[in-house]
Design a protein around this ligand. Structure first.
Ligand code: GCO
Length: 261
């Protein structure tokens, strides 16, 4: 299993204070990686570091917004000085704003695209330049079902996640020659704080997802850990520009009527 061993590796997970980011970070730490997480909220960062250290993981945290390219550059520099060269970058930090496209405010649309797409590019460029000098690395962009499918009220998010899929492919194209593998993970519908508003018992969307998903359940954050370790390890050294959808089969099927087993 040395193929999946991350001992001695440093993994930067943007966000990483809860939900999918935390589950992937724990998977990387269980495989031996040292963790660096980021957040824009001091309390969230402290609580997450306490959680990771409570589990015996080596973890450090940095407070900044991935859309602030000047501060992000300073923070990445500081991370490398204080922790070491970054071997793995998981672009997980993301937001969503559910609003019909006819009425969504432009600055709300811009903010979602800024965090979910431009922020990922800012971090990939900063860490990518260091990986070129250090001989290579792994970049994992957290995409979505909305990288492939549309849905009412999530136009900004879909635009950003669709763009992130193509950014993944383009960075893979440009950086493979530096031994940098750039891939993505596309989570399906997972039980997280982000989906809590649409995952309420009796909420039509909740029933819809359970019926629409061949696995007939919402994903659990830990369902992502294995894919994160695979894309962060030597096991994926010839995997590049791929989006691995972890979705219980949603993208594989047209779905079925609710009265069909
Ligand atoms: C939504 C959900 C989705 C999921 C996920 C699906 O409103 O449709 O929040 O965006 O979180 O991204 O892959």
């Amino acid at each position: 299993m040395t193929l999946f061993d991350l001992t001695g590796k440093i993994a930067l997970v943007t966000g990483g204070t809860h939900g999918l980011g935390m589950a992937m970070a724990e998977g990387l730490a269980d495989a031996g990686a040292q963790l660096i997480i980021t957040s824009t909220t001091p309390a969230k960062l402290e609580a997450a570091l306490e959680h990771y250290r409570g589990k015996g993981y080596q973890a450090s945290g940095y407070l900044f917004d991935v859309t602030d390219e000047t501060l992000a550059a300073q923070m990445v520099e500081q991370m490398v000085q204080e922790q070491g060269e970054i071997d793995i970058l998981v672009n997980n930090a993301g937001i969503i704003k559910r609003e019909p496209a006819l009425t969504m405010k432009i600055d709300e649309f811009r903010r979602v695209v800024d965090v979910d797409l431009v922020g990922a590019f800012i971090m990939a460029q900063l860490v990518g330049n260091r990986m070129v000098k250090s001989g290579g690395g792994k970049i994992i962009n957290i995409c979505s079902m909305m990288s492939e499918l549309g849905r009412n009220t999530v136009s900004a998010y879909a635009a950003a996640k669709g763009g992130l899929k193509m950014l993944t492919r383009n960075l893979a194209t440009e950086w493979a020659k530096y031994n940098i593998q750039v891939n993505g993970i596309g989570p399906g519908y997972f039980a997280t704080s982000q989906t809590a508003p649409i995952r309420v018992d009796g909420h039509p969307f909740n029933e819809f997802i359970i019926n629409r998903t061949p696995s007939a359940r919402w994903g659990n954050p830990e369902d992502l850990a294995g894919t994160a370790v695979f894309l962060a390890s030597r096991a994926s050294d010839f995997v590049n520009g791929q989006i691995v959808y972890v979705d219980g089969g949603i993208l594989a099927t047209i779905g079925k009527p609710s009265n069909e087993d």
